[in-house]
Design a protein around this ligand. Sequence first.
Ligand SMILES: Nc1ncnc2c1ncn2[C@@H]1O[C@H](COP(=O)(O)OP(=O)(O)OP(=O)(O)O)[C@@H](O)[C@H]1O
Ligand SMILES: [Mg+2]
Length: 281
Amino acid sequence: MGSLVHIEKLSFRYLESKQWTLSEIELEVKEGEIIILAGPSGCGKSTLLRCMNGLIPHMYPGDYQGSVTIDGIQVREEPMGILAQKVGLLFQNPENQIFMFSVERDIAFGPENLALPRQEIRSRVDETMRLLGIEPLAQRAPHELSDGQKQRVALAGVIAMRPKLVILDEPTSLLDPKTASELVSLIQDLNTRLGITFVVVEHRLDLLTKLATRMVVMNEGRKVLDGKPSEVLSNERVGAYGIVVPSATRLYSELAKEGVKLARVPLAPSELTEQLRRIRR
Ligand SMILES: Nc1ncnc2c1ncn2[C@@H]1O[C@H](COP(=O)(O)OP(=O)(O)OP(=O)(O)O)[C@@H](O)[C@H]1O
Ligand SMILES: [Mg+2]
Protein backbone atom coordinates (compact mmCIF):
# COMPACT_ATOMS: atom_id res chain seq x y z
CA MET A 1 0.00 0.00 0.00
CA GLY A 2 1.17 3.51 -0.81
CA SER A 3 1.90 6.30 1.60
CA LEU A 4 -1.09 8.53 2.33
CA VAL A 5 0.26 10.90 4.97
CA HIS A 6 3.83 12.05 4.95
CA ILE A 7 4.94 14.38 7.72
CA GLU A 8 8.47 15.63 7.72
CA LYS A 9 10.17 17.60 10.47
CA LEU A 10 6.94 19.36 11.37
CA SER A 11 7.16 22.03 14.05
CA PHE A 12 4.36 24.42 14.92
CA ARG A 13 3.93 27.30 17.33
CA TYR A 14 0.55 29.03 17.81
CA LEU A 15 0.63 32.76 17.18
CA GLU A 16 0.42 33.93 20.78
CA SER A 17 2.42 31.06 22.20
CA LYS A 18 6.01 31.17 23.46
CA GLN A 19 6.49 27.43 23.19
CA TRP A 20 6.46 25.17 20.20
CA THR A 21 3.42 22.91 20.41
CA LEU A 22 4.84 20.45 17.88
CA SER A 23 8.55 19.72 17.54
CA GLU A 24 10.08 17.95 14.58
CA ILE A 25 7.32 15.41 14.09
CA GLU A 26 8.01 12.67 11.57
CA LEU A 27 5.08 10.45 10.63
CA GLU A 28 4.23 8.20 7.75
CA VAL A 29 0.75 6.72 7.37
CA LYS A 30 0.09 4.10 4.73
CA GLU A 31 -3.22 3.73 2.93
CA GLY A 32 -5.60 1.47 4.82
CA GLU A 33 -4.02 1.87 8.25
CA ILE A 34 -5.90 2.54 11.49
CA ILE A 35 -3.68 4.53 13.83
CA ILE A 36 -4.26 5.35 17.48
CA LEU A 37 -2.73 8.63 18.58
CA ALA A 38 -2.21 8.90 22.32
CA GLY A 39 -0.34 10.91 24.93
CA PRO A 40 -0.99 13.12 27.94
CA SER A 41 -3.34 16.09 27.85
CA GLY A 42 -1.71 19.06 26.17
CA CYS A 43 0.96 17.03 24.34
CA GLY A 44 -0.28 18.25 20.97
CA LYS A 45 -2.56 15.51 19.62
CA SER A 46 -5.36 17.81 18.46
CA THR A 47 -2.79 20.21 17.07
CA LEU A 48 -1.27 17.42 14.99
CA LEU A 49 -4.73 16.48 13.67
CA ARG A 50 -5.32 20.12 12.67
CA CYS A 51 -2.09 19.98 10.70
CA MET A 52 -3.43 16.98 8.79
CA ASN A 53 -6.72 18.52 7.68
CA GLY A 54 -5.33 22.00 7.06
CA LEU A 55 -6.97 23.92 9.91
CA ILE A 56 -3.29 24.59 10.63
CA PRO A 57 -1.98 26.73 9.04
CA HIS A 58 -5.09 27.92 7.13
CA MET A 59 -7.26 28.82 10.15
CA TYR A 60 -4.79 28.90 13.02
CA PRO A 61 -1.87 31.14 12.20
CA GLY A 62 1.57 30.61 13.71
CA ASP A 63 5.14 29.56 12.98
CA TYR A 64 5.10 26.53 10.73
CA GLN A 65 8.15 24.51 9.78
CA GLY A 66 8.53 21.28 7.85
CA SER A 67 5.89 19.72 5.64
CA VAL A 68 2.68 17.72 5.69
CA THR A 69 1.66 15.91 2.52
CA ILE A 70 -1.68 14.12 2.17
CA ASP A 71 -2.13 11.90 -0.85
CA GLY A 72 0.61 13.81 -2.63
CA ILE A 73 -0.67 17.33 -1.94
CA GLN A 74 1.02 19.86 0.33
CA VAL A 75 -1.44 20.80 3.07
CA ARG A 76 0.17 24.19 3.49
CA GLU A 77 -0.31 25.15 -0.15
CA GLU A 78 -3.75 23.73 -0.85
CA PRO A 79 -7.02 25.55 0.00
CA MET A 80 -9.31 23.98 2.63
CA GLY A 81 -11.92 23.11 -0.02
CA ILE A 82 -9.52 20.80 -1.82
CA LEU A 83 -8.26 19.30 1.43
CA ALA A 84 -11.82 18.52 2.55
CA GLN A 85 -12.06 16.01 -0.27
CA LYS A 86 -9.00 14.15 1.00
CA VAL A 87 -9.32 14.45 4.76
CA GLY A 88 -12.36 14.47 7.01
CA LEU A 89 -12.19 15.49 10.65
CA LEU A 90 -14.72 14.42 13.23
CA PHE A 91 -14.68 16.64 16.28
CA GLN A 92 -15.14 15.34 19.80
CA ASN A 93 -18.50 17.05 20.10
CA PRO A 94 -20.81 16.33 17.14
CA GLU A 95 -22.85 19.44 17.99
CA ASN A 96 -20.11 21.41 16.25
CA GLN A 97 -20.68 19.53 13.06
CA ILE A 98 -24.41 19.16 12.58
CA PHE A 99 -26.60 22.14 11.97
CA MET A 100 -29.32 21.46 9.42
CA PHE A 101 -33.06 20.82 9.64
CA SER A 102 -32.84 17.16 8.78
CA VAL A 103 -30.25 14.42 8.93
CA GLU A 104 -30.44 13.97 5.18
CA ARG A 105 -29.88 17.66 4.45
CA ASP A 106 -27.02 17.67 6.88
CA ILE A 107 -25.21 14.84 5.15
CA ALA A 108 -25.78 16.50 1.77
CA PHE A 109 -24.20 19.75 2.92
CA GLY A 110 -20.58 18.84 2.12
CA PRO A 111 -21.24 17.29 -1.31
CA GLU A 112 -23.46 20.29 -2.20
CA ASN A 113 -20.54 22.58 -1.50
CA LEU A 114 -18.52 20.59 -4.01
CA ALA A 115 -21.13 21.56 -6.60
CA LEU A 116 -21.62 17.93 -7.58
CA PRO A 117 -24.51 16.99 -9.88
CA ARG A 118 -27.85 16.48 -8.03
CA GLN A 119 -27.91 12.82 -8.95
CA GLU A 120 -24.44 12.23 -7.52
CA ILE A 121 -25.32 14.03 -4.28
CA ARG A 122 -28.48 11.96 -3.92
CA SER A 123 -26.68 8.66 -4.41
CA ARG A 124 -23.84 9.62 -2.07
CA VAL A 125 -26.22 10.60 0.69
CA ASP A 126 -28.26 7.40 0.30
CA GLU A 127 -25.22 5.17 0.17
CA THR A 128 -23.67 6.84 3.18
CA MET A 129 -26.84 6.54 5.25
CA ARG A 130 -27.04 2.87 4.31
CA LEU A 131 -23.40 2.23 5.24
CA LEU A 132 -23.83 3.88 8.61
CA GLY A 133 -27.20 2.33 9.30
CA ILE A 134 -28.99 5.65 9.77
CA GLU A 135 -31.60 5.51 6.97
CA PRO A 136 -34.45 5.49 9.50
CA LEU A 137 -33.18 8.84 10.79
CA ALA A 138 -33.18 10.56 7.37
CA GLN A 139 -36.03 12.98 8.08
CA ARG A 140 -35.27 13.55 11.76
CA ALA A 141 -33.95 16.85 13.09
CA PRO A 142 -30.33 16.38 14.20
CA HIS A 143 -30.81 18.20 17.50
CA GLU A 144 -33.38 15.67 18.68
CA LEU A 145 -31.07 12.68 18.28
CA SER A 146 -29.10 10.86 20.97
CA ASP A 147 -25.36 11.48 21.35
CA GLY A 148 -24.51 8.23 19.59
CA GLN A 149 -26.88 9.03 16.71
CA LYS A 150 -25.48 12.57 16.41
CA GLN A 151 -22.01 11.10 16.25
CA ARG A 152 -23.07 8.83 13.41
CA VAL A 153 -24.72 11.68 11.50
CA ALA A 154 -21.61 13.83 11.89
CA LEU A 155 -19.46 10.93 10.69
CA ALA A 156 -21.86 10.42 7.76
CA GLY A 157 -21.31 14.06 6.77
CA VAL A 158 -17.59 13.38 6.70
CA ILE A 159 -17.91 10.08 4.80
CA ALA A 160 -20.20 11.67 2.18
CA MET A 161 -17.17 13.67 1.03
CA ARG A 162 -15.51 10.34 0.18
CA PRO A 163 -12.23 11.21 1.91
CA LYS A 164 -9.26 8.84 1.87
CA LEU A 165 -8.33 9.81 5.40
CA VAL A 166 -10.66 10.31 8.35
CA ILE A 167 -9.33 11.72 11.58
CA LEU A 168 -11.27 11.43 14.80
CA ASP A 169 -10.53 13.42 17.94
CA GLU A 170 -11.69 11.46 20.99
CA PRO A 171 -14.84 10.21 19.22
CA THR A 172 -16.08 8.02 22.06
CA SER A 173 -15.66 10.44 24.94
CA LEU A 174 -19.35 11.38 25.06
CA LEU A 175 -20.62 7.87 24.40
CA ASP A 176 -21.63 5.05 26.73
CA PRO A 177 -19.58 1.82 26.43
CA LYS A 178 -22.03 0.05 24.12
CA THR A 179 -22.41 2.99 21.72
CA ALA A 180 -18.65 3.49 21.83
CA SER A 181 -18.04 -0.09 20.83
CA GLU A 182 -20.58 0.24 17.99
CA LEU A 183 -18.66 3.26 16.71
CA VAL A 184 -15.45 1.26 16.79
CA SER A 185 -17.11 -1.55 14.76
CA LEU A 186 -18.23 1.09 12.28
CA ILE A 187 -14.65 2.33 11.92
CA GLN A 188 -13.56 -1.20 11.18
CA ASP A 189 -16.34 -1.65 8.65
CA LEU A 190 -15.57 1.60 6.80
CA ASN A 191 -11.90 0.67 6.78
CA THR A 192 -12.60 -2.76 5.27
CA ARG A 193 -15.36 -1.78 2.84
CA LEU A 194 -14.25 1.63 1.63
CA GLY A 195 -10.52 1.35 2.39
CA ILE A 196 -10.66 4.52 4.47
CA THR A 197 -7.55 5.23 6.53
CA PHE A 198 -8.13 6.36 10.11
CA VAL A 199 -6.13 8.35 12.64
CA VAL A 200 -7.93 8.31 15.97
CA VAL A 201 -7.13 10.10 19.22
CA GLU A 202 -8.59 7.78 21.81
CA HIS A 203 -8.19 7.04 25.49
CA ARG A 204 -10.30 3.89 25.51
CA LEU A 205 -7.50 1.71 24.26
CA ASP A 206 -9.28 -1.55 25.03
CA LEU A 207 -11.75 -0.77 22.23
CA LEU A 208 -9.36 0.25 19.51
CA THR A 209 -6.16 -1.73 19.97
CA LYS A 210 -7.74 -4.80 18.40
CA LEU A 211 -8.19 -3.15 15.03
CA ALA A 212 -5.39 -0.59 15.07
CA THR A 213 -2.43 -1.32 12.85
CA ARG A 214 -0.26 1.14 14.79
CA MET A 215 -0.08 3.24 17.88
CA VAL A 216 1.73 6.55 18.05
CA VAL A 217 2.48 8.20 21.39
CA MET A 218 3.32 11.87 21.77
CA ASN A 219 4.76 13.75 24.70
CA GLU A 220 5.45 17.47 24.97
CA GLY A 221 5.01 18.01 21.23
CA ARG A 222 7.27 15.17 20.17
CA LYS A 223 6.59 11.71 18.86
CA VAL A 224 8.04 9.35 21.45
CA LEU A 225 6.75 5.88 20.52
CA ASP A 226 5.52 4.46 17.23
CA GLY A 227 4.84 0.81 16.49
CA LYS A 228 2.31 -1.99 16.62
CA PRO A 229 -0.08 -1.52 19.56
CA SER A 230 1.31 -4.67 21.21
CA GLU A 231 4.88 -3.35 20.92
CA VAL A 232 4.04 0.13 22.17
CA LEU A 233 1.87 -1.08 25.05
CA SER A 234 4.47 -3.55 26.28
CA ASN A 235 7.22 -0.92 26.10
CA GLU A 236 8.24 -0.07 29.65
CA ARG A 237 8.33 3.66 28.89
CA VAL A 238 4.64 3.81 27.99
CA GLY A 239 3.48 4.32 31.59
CA ALA A 240 5.51 7.50 31.83
CA TYR A 241 3.28 9.08 29.19
CA GLY A 242 0.08 8.53 31.10
CA ILE A 243 -1.17 5.78 28.81
CA VAL A 244 -3.53 3.39 30.57
CA VAL A 245 -2.29 0.01 29.45
CA PRO A 246 -5.05 -2.63 29.05
CA SER A 247 -4.97 -4.97 32.05
CA ALA A 248 -4.21 -8.06 29.94
CA THR A 249 -1.11 -6.37 28.56
CA ARG A 250 -0.08 -5.21 32.02
CA LEU A 251 -0.38 -8.76 33.32
CA TYR A 252 1.78 -9.94 30.44
CA SER A 253 4.56 -7.55 31.51
CA GLU A 254 4.24 -8.61 35.15
CA LEU A 255 4.37 -12.28 34.20
CA ALA A 256 7.45 -11.64 32.07
CA LYS A 257 9.20 -10.18 35.13
CA GLU A 258 8.36 -13.41 36.97
CA GLY A 259 9.91 -15.43 34.20
CA VAL A 260 6.67 -16.47 32.48
CA LYS A 261 7.22 -15.75 28.80
CA LEU A 262 4.19 -15.69 26.53
CA ALA A 263 4.54 -16.01 22.77
CA ARG A 264 2.49 -12.92 21.95
CA VAL A 265 1.60 -9.71 23.74
CA PRO A 266 -2.11 -9.96 24.62
CA LEU A 267 -4.31 -6.87 24.22
CA ALA A 268 -7.49 -8.38 25.65
CA PRO A 269 -8.33 -10.83 28.44
CA SER A 270 -9.40 -13.50 25.93
CA GLU A 271 -5.96 -13.46 24.28
CA LEU A 272 -4.23 -13.72 27.63
CA THR A 273 -6.40 -16.63 28.71
CA GLU A 274 -5.75 -18.43 25.44
CA GLN A 275 -1.99 -18.17 25.88
CA LEU A 276 -2.00 -19.18 29.52
CA ARG A 277 -4.03 -22.23 28.54
CA ARG A 278 -1.36 -23.18 26.04
CA ILE A 279 1.38 -22.96 28.68
CA ARG A 280 -0.55 -25.19 31.06
CA ARG A 281 -0.98 -27.91 28.48
N1 LIG B 1 -5.62 27.83 19.52
C1 LIG B 1 -4.57 27.74 20.34
N2 LIG B 1 -3.80 28.82 20.62
C2 LIG B 1 -2.73 28.73 21.43
N3 LIG B 1 -2.32 27.60 22.03
C3 LIG B 1 -3.03 26.48 21.79
C4 LIG B 1 -4.19 26.50 20.95
N4 LIG B 1 -4.72 25.25 20.93
C5 LIG B 1 -3.91 24.50 21.71
N5 LIG B 1 -2.91 25.23 22.23
C6 LIG B 1 -1.84 24.74 23.12
O1 LIG B 1 -1.10 23.73 22.46
C7 LIG B 1 -0.79 22.67 23.37
C8 LIG B 1 -1.30 21.36 22.83
O2 LIG B 1 -2.72 21.41 22.78
P1 LIG B 1 -3.58 20.28 22.09
O3 LIG B 1 -4.98 20.68 22.18
O4 LIG B 1 -3.02 19.98 20.75
O5 LIG B 1 -3.26 19.04 23.07
P2 LIG B 1 -3.98 17.62 23.17
O6 LIG B 1 -2.89 16.60 23.19
O7 LIG B 1 -5.00 17.49 22.12
O8 LIG B 1 -4.65 17.67 24.63
P3 LIG B 1 -6.02 16.97 25.14
O9 LIG B 1 -5.70 15.52 25.38
O10 LIG B 1 -6.28 17.68 26.43
O11 LIG B 1 -7.08 17.19 24.13
C9 LIG B 1 -1.39 23.06 24.72
O12 LIG B 1 -0.37 23.63 25.51
C10 LIG B 1 -2.43 24.09 24.36
O13 LIG B 1 -2.58 25.04 25.39
MG1 LIG C 1 -7.10 17.28 22.14
